[in-house]
Design a protein around this ligand. Structure first.
Ligand code: ISL
Length: 535
């Protein structure tokens, strides 16, 4: 039974709620808008995308300093998005279509407007003082250690009123909760129960890898390799030895798992960063009693030349090898924090072709695929005039507005009937046009997802990479109960002559990026072509 759980075989679609569909004419997306678009996501037929679950970026009350990742009430809905009744309706309407609902749980920090923090800040003797991380300055007045906030600048803010610093791993408006205090942990566990009682099926757990810090709060060493800081900003100037992946977070993950297991078939996916061994640790080892999934992020870090067969295969095989027995992989092509896929690999203008190969890869590998809204039509980063930029992360690193722009439904946008909160991109890229075009990226996504839905090999099957193919090609089989599917992908712009080994005899061409392929043993794979063959 445990083989066939929805979060293993299902495709999870991430919605950035501000940008999916506005229903009340304020230029900001909302929950009723999502309900109106549910049939696009899955109406039970291959005319729809066919996804199995939606993960919503935060929908809770928030002053929106970090667009909802600064939560001021974990048990309500932000009025921009609707209210609790609308959330209940959304859950009900989604479930009617077989779509599960995953909310974004933000345990590492609250908003500085959260009543807990307001209370904590009110006095050193507040009963909630220890719910956050307060420390005295060093003797000369400087912050307790050298930690840098993920968006840059010191991770400590001086509080004039109570003469101590508080820790904020992100913005000043996002004070870190103290998960070493059992009351905090209990309160946060109850948040999970609150939503599961309302029918929510799972949680994406924000910044899971930082909820507990090194108890001594020691200095982080400098990062010798400065390259990555050019992309993600100052935070990458340190090795986060003391404020990320601290070992006892895994036990906290196990305790979260216990809470989630009080309810049937719920799931968790943690946002964690690090080497494969650090990521898979969150699954809880051989017992698999930690999180159900922890994000496997290498694909979101692919820029330009890293889009090559060798690099991609290495990342896939590396994660497979690191997983504990019985652990289930996952793959992420994009999200609300990184440049759009096409934008990352468009150095020679062939990004749109690569997006087709990437779709085939994502939806045929072993593991849960995460699709970020708009990737299925090939939305790119949108160049936004300086005055319209909103994400505070841009101050020290890179702003994330360009990948958070409104979903492009029609030639006129179709997201709102007023000025959208962020501008649209190139509107020739839109759902309506691609629905009419059988060769569009959207049509390819639909076919891939529906093929996958009907194939045990693609959903649950064993993964076996194929050796000995020419450089630039990556091929693998997926096999379950004698049903075998072969994927052959060309990561270059040039033709590659493929001669499959004798053991792999195609019986049927299933699906291709360049039209339905023949069931051939030898063939020419065009530049950026992908083929799926039944063996
Ligand atoms: O520190 C990082 C990498 O080592 C950052 O990538 C950081 O951990 C990551 O961006 C965390 O993102 C999540 O939490 C943020 C929020 O702004 C993001 O949108 C969210 O995905 C704070 O809640």
């Amino acid at each position: 039974m445990s083989e066939y759980l929805w979060w293993k075989h299902g495709v999870i679609y991430q919605i950035y709620p501000r940008s999916f569909q506005d229903s009340d004419g304020n230029g900001i997306g909302d929950l009723r808008g999502v309900i109106e678009r549910l049939d696009y996501l899955n109406d039970g037929t291959p005319r729809s995308l066919g996804i199995d679950a939606i993960w919503f970026s935060p929908t809770f009350p928030s002053p929106m300093h970090d667009f909802g990742y600064d939560v001021s009430d974990y048990e309500d809905v932000h009025p921009d998005f609707g209210d609790m009744a609308m959330m209940d309706r959304l859950i009900e309407e989604a479930h009617k279509r077989g779509i599960r609902v995953i909310l974004d749980f933000v345990p590492n920090h609250t908003s500085s407007h959260h009543p807990w923090f307001i209370e904590s800040r009110s006095s050193p003797d507040s009963p909630k003082r220890d719910w956050y991380v307060w420390r005295d300055p060093k003797p000369e007045g400087s912050p307790p250690n050298n930690w840098i906030g993920a968006f840059g600048g010191p991770a400590w803010e001086w509080d004039q009123g109570t003469q101590q610093y508080y820790l904020h791993s992100f913005l000043v408006q996002q004070p870190d909760l103290n998960w070493r205090n059992p009351e905090v942990e209990r309160a946060m566990h109850n948040v999970l129960r609150f939503w599961m009682d309302r029918g929510v099926d799972g949680f994406r757990i924000d910044v899971m890898d930082r909820i507990l810090k090194a108890p001594a709060l020691g200095d982080n060493p400098p990062q010798p390799n400065r390259e990555w800081a050019k992309i993600v900003g100052q935070t990458a100037l340190q090795v986060h030895d003391h404020d990320q992946n601290w070992p006892d977070i895994i036990d906290a993950a196990r305790r979260i798992r216990k809470v989630v297991d009080e309810y049937p078939e719920r799931m968790t996916v943690g946002e964690v960063f690090g080497a494969p061994a650090q990521i898979v640790a969150y699954y809880g080892g051989e017992q698999l009693d930690g999180l159900h999934l922890a994000f496997n992020f290498p694909f979101v870090r692919i820029y330009a030349n890293r889009w090559n067969a060798e690099h991609v295969r290495k990342r896939v095989d590396g994660f497979e090898a690191a997983l504990p027995a019985g652990g289930w992989p996952n793959h992420v092509l994009g999200n609300h924090d990184v440049d759009r896929f096409i934008t990352r690999v468009n150095h020679d203008g062939r990004g749109r072709e690569r997006a087709r190969v990437a779709a085939m890869l994502l939806l045929t590998l072993r593991g849960t695929p995460f699709v970020y809204y708009g990737e299925e039509i090939g939305m790119e980063n949108v160049a936004i005039p300086e005055a319209q930029l909103q994400d505070p992360a841009r101050i020290y690193g890179r702003g994330r507005d360009p990948e958070r722009t409104p979903m492009q439904w029609t030639r006129d946008g179709g997201f709102t009937n007023v000025e959208p909160w962020l501008p649209y991109g190139d509107l020739s890229v839109n759902v309506e046009a691609q629905e009419r075009d059988g060769d569009s990226l959207l049509s390819l996504y639909r076919r891939l997802i529906w093929l996958r839905r009907g194939s045990d090999a693609l959903r649950f099957g064993a993964y076996r990479p194929i050796d000995g193919l020419p450089e630039g090609a990556y091929a693998y089989t997926r096999e379950q109960d004698g049903d075998r599917v072969l994927a052959v992908l060309n990561f270059t712009n040039d033709d590659i002559a493929i001669a499959l080994p004798d053991a792999l005899r195609p019986s049927e061409g299933l699906l291709g990026t360049h039209g339905t392929p023949e069931a051939a043993q030898r063939f020419t794979l065009k530049g950026n072509e992908g083929r799926l063959l039944r063996i």
